[in-house]
Design a protein around this ligand. Structure first.
Ligand code: C2E
Ligand code: CA
Ligand code: CA
Length: 397
């Protein structure tokens, strides 16, 4: 609905600016005032006076804009959706008014006599954010976003350095997957870990998206394959049927030759094809491009098993299942958590499992944490289960 409202506002803006060219100028002038305070901060000028000046100018511009809109019979919020500052809840139109916390921040920065370097950095950041909002927009500085931006930049640097140093700092952890009989693990899922000397342990939820965004997942993923396949080969000497699951991200499937990498690493580890399970998430499969289609057909042709990860979190398309025929459907932990706590969700999960079984596919339920949960989950007859109840991810030992 928000997108629809934005589209409507954009269309209205276009119509109105065609009729009243002055509106376009007003918005430009409003956007331009934003830089004034930053300039005052950088030059060591009077920030308070600059803030006052902007407020005065913006009020005048807003009044002029309101007058034009009133004449045309348009309400200002229709013309430009209101911006609400996530911190101080102050509202303003995207093109103009400065929120209270921005004012407070600028005054505080001025008091701390912000160094030229750091104010340039802030300006640079704010300018970039404004650009990502679209043309002719004003970004209202928000300290939290800036801190997140800094952390992400730091992690990115650490990851880059680690990859350049032969993936130093990366580790492969393994979480057991049990089949119905529960006596010996059927296999294990390999999960990536990263510890930086500077920042300590970083959670996969934080570093995996960065690896994907930067493409570093391609070399890091190759390293994971080598690790996981090597260890699997060792375990198979004791447990011959043991299988290892590796997670492949969409970036790897679409931007690198994963099939070539998998074949090379399997050969190197002396691993047979049935020992490997490739996990792909459902959402990744929804956006298949040519390379990914090629990847999937090649996997099938080679006889490598596919597990569909995170099922039950997205669209959960059953057409796909019958078409793609993955060997295993992995029910996401978030679904399991809901199902063990809520009768209706449990009913839904039960229906899902029946449908998957009717398609002759096998199920792995993730996130079983204790005895009670297991008592409920086992009634759904999953072929495999994985969760803290059976074992947390741990190092190979
Ligand atoms: P995923 O593939 O869905 O992996 C399962 C996640 O659930 C793992 O989180 C695992 O530690 C966690 N888990 C399993 N059982 C339980 C349980 O009973 N309770 C709780 N609270 N959690 C449980 P982890 O290791 O943090 O990994 C998060 C995600 O990062 C993975 O989700 C996967 O999408 C991604 N990931 C991890 N390693 C790799 C990798 O090597 N390559 C790629 N592309 N992605 C990876
Ligand atoms: Ca997985
Ligand atoms: Ca999963």
């Amino acid at each position: 609905r928000r997108m629809h409202a934005a589209a409507q506002a954009a269309a209205l803006q276009e119509q109105m600016t065609a009729r009243y060219p002055r509106l376009q100028e007003i918005r430009r002038e409003m956007a331009a005032t934003a830089g004034q305070v930053t300039r005052a901060v950088i030059s060591g000028g009077d920030v308070e006076a600059a803030v006052e000046e902007i407020k005065r100018k913006n009020l005048a511009l807003q009044a002029e804009m309101a007058e034009i809109l009133a004449k045309a019979g348009v309400k200002s919020p229709d013309f430009e959706p209101q911006y609400v500052c996530p911190q101080c809840r102050d509202t303003g139109y995207a093109g103009g008014k400065m929120c209270r916390c921005m004012e407070a921040l600028l005054k505080e920065e001025a008091c701390r006599r912000l160094s030229r370097m750091s104010s340039l950095k802030l300006t640079d950041f704010a300018l970039n954010e404004a650009k990502t909002l679209g043309r002719n927009r004003c970004y209202i500085f928000d300290g939290e976003t800036y801190r997140k931006f800094l952390r992400k930049r730091e992690i990115t640097q650490e990851l880059r350095e680690a990859v350049l140093n032969g993936c130093q700092g990366f580790a492969a952890f393994y979480q057991p997957v049990f089949a119905e009989d529960k006596k010996v693990p059927y296999g294990a899922e390999a999960l990536m870990r990263f510890t930086s000397e500077k920042l300590g342990i970083i959670s996969p939820a934080e570093f995996i998206p960065i690896l994907e965004e930067t493409g570093l997942i391609i070399p890091a993923g190759r390293w994971m394959m080598r690790e996981a396949m090597g260890k699997c080969s060792e375990i198979r000497k004791v447990l011959p049927g043991f299988r290892v699951s590796i997670n492949i991200s969409q970036v790897q499937a679409s931007k690198s030759d994963v099939i070539q990498d998998i074949s090379a690493e399997m050969k190197r580890a002396g691993l047979s094809l049935e020992a490997l399970i490739v996990e792909l998430t459902e959402s990744d499969l929804l956006e298949q491009n040519i390379n990914e289609k090629h990847f999937l057909t090649e996997l099938k042709r080679m006889g490598i098993s596919l597990a569909l990860d995170d099922f039950g979190t997205g669209y959960s398309n059953f057409h796909y299942l019958s078409e793609l025929k993955p060997e295993i459907i992995k029910i996401d932990r978030s679904f399991t958590v809901k199902a063990v706590a809520d009768e209706q969700e449990y009913y839904l999960l039960n229906q899902f499992c029946t449908m998957i079984h009717n398609l002759d596919l096998r199920i792995c339920i993730e996130g079983v944490e204790n005895e009670q949960e297991w008592a409920m989950i086992r009634k759904l007859y999953p072929e495999f289960t994985q969760g803290y109840f059976w074992g947390k991810p741990c190092e190979y030992e």
